[in-house]
Ligand binder design. Structure first.
Ligand code: C5P
Length: 227
């Protein structure tokens, strides 16, 4: 099986309030994106890493990984899903039978074991699967005024993480159809669900956090230092 990793890294990360896109902020010795790319490039099951970049990106070419033979870049789009679709279009021309392993640029702490576990889950989830973590807190549903309406059974609730692993051709067609129908798509599984596919859940580590707010940087640095 051929596996193409896709890294949407075309966002500007406005919630970080930093002077550059969050994936280029430093985490110890190198940037968040550099750590993320290292994790994917080091995995022997991954044949190629396609990074989707902002059209005016001026940081990527300075990364030591930018010249890696297993790495290639495409121009991303308006939203995360558009960036993923641009990379899927490229992957489809390379090998329509490949599988896509889509991973957020902003999740540098992903472990080698979790990537392997997800890839191997194809035997029980031939339609594709995602890394996910069970919800620990009691979950509440609110109304618009901020009052509790009910308690949601957490036994069936999961945090959707990345990587998310699907056949390139089916993910590409369902993602483009969902986008054309103006469905809100915040991860790859949403597009598959929308098309009636039920992706598998593979329990991953909770320290595979997405760096979104400034506070997350310290936490990510701690997790990286424990690897
Ligand atoms: O903003 P958020 O944390 O949801 O972004 C998730 C990932 O999607 C980030 O790695 C970001 O760079 C990427 N992204 C993208 N293209 C966009 C918007 C976000 O590749 N237009």
């Amino acid at each position: 099986r051929s596996i193409i990793a896709i890294v949407p890294a075309a966002g500007v990360g406005s919630r970080m309030g930093a002077d550059k896109p969050k994936q280029y902020l430093m985490l110890g010795q190198q940037s968040i994106l550099a750590h993320t790319l290292d994790a994917l490039l080091a995995h022997s099951e991954i044949d190629l890493v396609v990074v989707a970049l902002h059209p005016e990106d001026k940081y990527f070419s300075k990364l030591p990984q930018s010249q890696h033979p297993k790495l290639t870049q495409v121009i991303g789009g308006e939203e995360r899903a558009d960036s993923v679709l641009a990379a899927l279009d490229y992957a489809q021309t390379l090998n329509p039978n490949a599988w896509a392993l889509v991973h957020d640029a902003a999740r540098p702490c992903v472990s080698h074991e979790d990537i392997t576990q997800l890839i191997e889950s194809v035997h029980i989830h031939p339609q594709g699967a995602i890394l996910a973590a069970p919800v620990r807190d009691t979950m509440k549903r609110s109304d618009a005024s901020g009052h509790i309406v009910s308690t949601v059974d957490r036994a069936l609730l999961w945090h959707a993480l990345t990587p998310q692993f699907f056949p390139v051709s089916s993910l590409r067609s369902h993602l483009s159809a969902a986008l054309a129908a103006h469905v809100s798509i915040t991860d790859e599984a949403s597009a598959m669900e929308w098309a009636g596919v039920m992706p598998g859940l593979v329990q991953g580590r909770m320290d595979n956090i997405k760096v979104t707010h400034p506070d997350d940087l310290q936490l990510a640095a701690l997790f990286m230092s424990q690897k």
